[in-house]
Ligand binder design. Structure first.
Ligand SMILES: Cc1cc2nc3c(=O)[nH]c(=O)nc-3n(C[C@H](O)[C@H](O)[C@H](O)COP(=O)(O)OP(=O)(O)OC[C@H]3O[C@@H](n4cnc5c(N)ncnc54)[C@H](O)[C@@H]3O)c2cc1C
Length: 293
């Protein structure tokens, strides 16, 4: 029976590790800076092959391959504060908030500044959902968030199309699909975490230790919102004006505002496809009108 030991340079969704009852699959960054599974103790593998069965990368077909017609709607939040903080119109946040009122929890993505990474987590209240607002244009570490899901309860799960495709395979295995609403989005790809880490080190020279990052900062308006807004711990008194980084100082905190239109390094590398995941570039099955809905 196959297991994921032969899988490399995959989507890094971690569903293989989530489903493994022996808990012998670890998820770590590979040499290119993307999450990848490794079997830590092959002697304990029971050859159940569940890790392969839930893997969207290893399976050619989409979990939902019934060719149902896709319906399109346009939606945005009516609340100005939500529109401003969300990456697009805030439909993701509003859907989460609405489903919470119907007894759902939300498994979404927040930025963990301490670990310098994006990660899936569970939000049970609208307040807890606030960190999920906004796209974090780096690969999310899903394992802890997915493992915290109680399959008997109801959840909205959001993520990239490949994460959602594997997640659907996972909940089908346990016949609990009815407990879940799944939401993905159009996805450019994810950039290498090595690039993100280097960018953080560069920004930290200006801001001190980063404690908040927003990828679509609308500080100077909506239409040029490919902007990194980063808060650090340095106080304004300790800092020098730094023209090349387009630094703005806000209250006591340092604030780094770097825009694509002004040549932001992170956006140039990410949107120029210089540091994107091989699996996204060569093996993405979710382009154009293909969605794992
Ligand atoms: C890596 C990435 C690439 C994207 N590429 C494109 C693209 O090419 N074209 C396009 O039209 N849209 C793209 N998007 C989607 C877009 O940025 C918005 O998320 C989307 O339009 C929804 O906006 P919203 O205002 O409803 O979201 P919000 O209400 O701001 O919610 C954002 C949602 O995205 C989830 N999320 C945030 N970061 C991640 C992450 N790293 N991994 C998984 N889920 C995450 C959150 O949990 C939340 O549910 C991408 C998003 C990501 C994370």
């Amino acid at each position: 029976m196959p297991n994921i030991s032969s899988i490399h340079h995959c989507y890094g969704c971690s569903l293989c590790a989530t489903v493994c009852s022996k808990k012998i699959i670890s998820i770590t960054l590979n040499k290119n800076g993307f999450y990848e599974p490794t079997i830590t103790d092959t002697t304990q593998c029971t050859d159940c092959s569940l890790c392969m069965e839930v893997c969207a990368f290893a399976n050619k077909e989409l979990a939902n391959n019934d060719n149902r017609p896709i319906k399109s709607y346009a939606a945005w939040s009516k609340e100005y504060a939500v529109q401003r903080k969300c990456s697009s119109g805030g439909a993701g946040y509003e859907l989460g908030r609405t489903l919470m009122a119907q007894g759902y929890e939300v498994c979404g993505v927040r930025y963990n500044a301490e670990a310098g990474r994006a990660e899936h987590y569970i939000a049970s209240t609208p307040e807890e959902l606030i960190p999920a607002i906004g796209s974090k244009y780096i690969q999310s570490y899903t394992l802890d968030g997915f493992c915290a899901i109680d399959r008997k309860r109801k959840y909205l799960v959001t993520g990239t199309p490949c994460q959602i495709d594997s997640f659907r395979r996972y909940i089908r295995k346990f016949r609990v699909e009815d407990n879940f609403v799944l939401m993905d989005f159009f996805c450019h790809s994810v950039p290498s975490m090595w690039v993100w880490n280097k960018y953080l080190r560069m920004v930290e020279q200006v801001t001190g230790k980063v404690n908040y990052a927003s990828w679509r900062n609308k500080h100077t308006g909506w239409h040029d919102s490919w902007a990194m807004g980063i808060d650090g711990e340095k106080t304004a008194e300790k800092m020098d004006w730094h023209d090349s980084y387009n630094l703005l100082i806000r209250e006591k905190k340092s604030f780094f505002n770097s825009r694509l239109s002004q040549g932001d390094v992170f956006y140039n590398l990410f949107l120029g496809d210089f540091c994107c995941n091989r699996a996204c570039q060569k093996n993405c099955k979710y382009k154009y009108d293909v969605s794992p809905r």
